[in-house]
Design a binder for this molecule. Structure first.
Ligand code: SF4
Ligand code: MG
Length: 330
């Protein structure tokens, strides 16, 4: 059966100034050949340091801007090349929850109107009574009292505001919700509540979640699969257990080594990478990670590794083909 979402060789390059028509013009390769699929009811987490292209993937899927190349197929239908008009009925199916519920909710609108907007835009309510019923059901789903419909966003805490953001996404009856750092700004205890809410909703509604986060400790508890991005590319993708227990790419190994574990003796010695993430305007040749990789060898500077199978449904882009062990962890 076909996946709910298939992303195939997606690229998003932003042209920068500096020279007219080609000569001297440079581009920022924010997303540079990303492919993955997402099934109904599945959570895929997109992880990596800030600037790796995670949010640009999300924005390309939402068609907040058109991709430079590649295909996005939703329920068997290509959506990357649709006109705005043809895209309209499909827009409903992918909704987004943003990092900052403070700025993503219109402060001048009551919660009722914030939630009614997508219902009206997509023509989902049959009549006034149906609309009211939908609003009440949304509030109940996200654990807010019905009375809160008549209040304004500033009257709520950060966690409650994020519940409103989730309710707004649900109002459109989506198949897929993209959460872009949706819990990153929240306190630890609130984070866990929102993650639990998302998981409950996923099970009840068979929702797919694309969970974009730099916080691997959160991801470890709630995802089905993980895709690790570095400089615009996926360097490793696989099931949660494989990624967290047996990461194959040296970058994934380094990222995971920084995640706190309950028992400090249980492995995971911190791997400190040298240098900063290079610029996506002029990424390193060969393997883009070679300037920071503790295992780099000559071939890494000239030849780009492909995503190869290193286990069941587990792929890594490294010339060591899964043989890289977290070396410093001695
Ligand atoms: Fe490191 Fe080379 Fe593997 Fe890249 S291909 S991750 S530089 S060992
Ligand atoms: Mg981001």
């Amino acid at each position: 059966s076909q996946p709910l979402l298939a992303v195939n060789d997606l690229r998003k390059h932003f042209l920068l100034g500096g020279g007219l028509l080609g000569r001297g013009a440079r581009s920022l390769k924010a997303v540079d050949g990303v492919s993955f699929t997402l099934e109904k009811g599945e959570t895929l987490s997109l992880v990596g340091e800030s600037g790796c292209g995670k949010s640009t993937v999300a924005r390309s899927l939402m068609r907040l801007f058109p991709p430079t190349s590649g295909q996005v197929v939703l329920g068997g239908q290509r959506i990357d090349d649709l006109s705005a008009g043809a895209l309209r009925p499909l827009r409903r199916r992918i909704q987004m929850v943003f990092q900052d519920p403070f700025s993503s909710l219109n402060p001048r609108m009551r919660v009722r109107d914030i939630l009614a907007e997508p219902i009206r835009n997509f023509g989902l309510a049959r009549n006034r009574a149906d609309l009211d019923g939908r609003l009440a059901a949304l509030m109940e789903r996200v654990g807010l009292p019905r009375e809160a419909l008549s209040r304004f966003p500033h009257e709520f805490s950060g966690g409650q505001r994020q519940r409103i953001g989730i309710a707004r996404a649900l109002a459109a009856e989506p198949d897929l919700i993209i959460c872009d750092e949706a819990v990153s700004a929240l306190d630890v205890s609130v984070k866990a509540q929102i993650v639990n809410l998302l998981q409950d909703l996923q099970r009840e509604l068979d929702l797919a979640l694309l969970f974009i986060s730099h916080d691997l400790a959160i991801v470890e508890h709630m995802t089905h699969r993980v895709a690790v991005m570095y400089l615009g590319k996926i360097v490793e993708i696989g099931p949660r257990r494989a990624i967290f227990l047996a990461p194959k790419h040296p970058y994934t190994q380094a990222l995971l080594s920084a995640v706190p574990v309950p028992e400090p003796d249980a492995g995971r010695t911190r791997i400190v990478l040298r240098g900063d993430v290079p610029s996506p305007i002029n990424p390193p040749s060969g393997c883009r990670f070679h300037t920071r990789c503790p295992h780099a060898f000559a071939r890494c500077r000239t030849e780009e590794p492909q995503l190869d199978k290193v286990g069941g449904d587990h792929f890594a882009a490294c010339h060591l083909d899964g043989a890289a062990m977290p070396a410093q962890a001695a």
